[in-house]
Design a protein around this ligand. Structure first.
Ligand SMILES: [Zn+2]
Ligand SMILES: [Zn+2]
Length: 159
């Protein structure tokens, strides 16, 4: 009687183990990528929504060609130094993980294409690996870059 109970228990345990093993990879994939990462009060990063690789970085600092502190931006195809006075506005959007707000900020203060790693239709960030980039050249001169997200939304991300 005791033996039978033990066997039943082991069977159950094995089944549980098996089930658990099957679930493991799923868990790994399902592990949510944070929308935004706050490194400090002066530094934020936006990871790719698929692989988690950092696609966008913002921080207060002195860039290579700057004489004073700036709001430094690094995207998947370009980087730049913005006026430090704009940081509060931007950091508020980052704090709220408001990606559309960050995109809008970039459209206003950086370029019409906005946040280069951002797909507005998905409301998601993609790294250069997942936002398929396509450069266009016009008679030997760089013209613009298109990005296509994994869902097939295509837009110009740099001009
Ligand atoms: Zn990625
Ligand atoms: Zn998309």
């Amino acid at each position: 009687m005791i033996k039978r109970a033990k066997v039943a228990f082991e069977k159950c345990w094995n089944a549980f183990q098996r089930e658990f093993k099957l679930m493991e990879p799923e868990i790994r994939i399902m592990k949510p990528v944070p929308k935004g990462i706050k490194k400090s009060n002066h530094e934020y990063q936006l990871p790719c929504s698929i692989c988690g690789e950092i696609a966008i970085g913002y921080k207060i600092g002195i860039g290579q060609f700057d004489k004073e502190e700036k709001l430094l931006y690094r995207g998947i195809i370009c980087g730049s130094s913005l006026n430090k006075g704009l940081a509060d506005d931007l950091f508020e959007s980052l704090e709220n993980e408001d990606l559309a707000g960050v995109h809008e900020f970039m459209r206003k203060h950086h370029s019409y294409e906005g946040l280069d790693a951002y797909c507005p239709e998905c409301d998601k960030i993609y790294c250069w690996n997942h936002y398929k980039l396509e450069e266009e050249w016009d008679e030997g001169f760089y013209d613009c870059t298109y990005g296509e997200c994994p869902k097939g939304h295509k837009r110009m991300i740099d001009d």
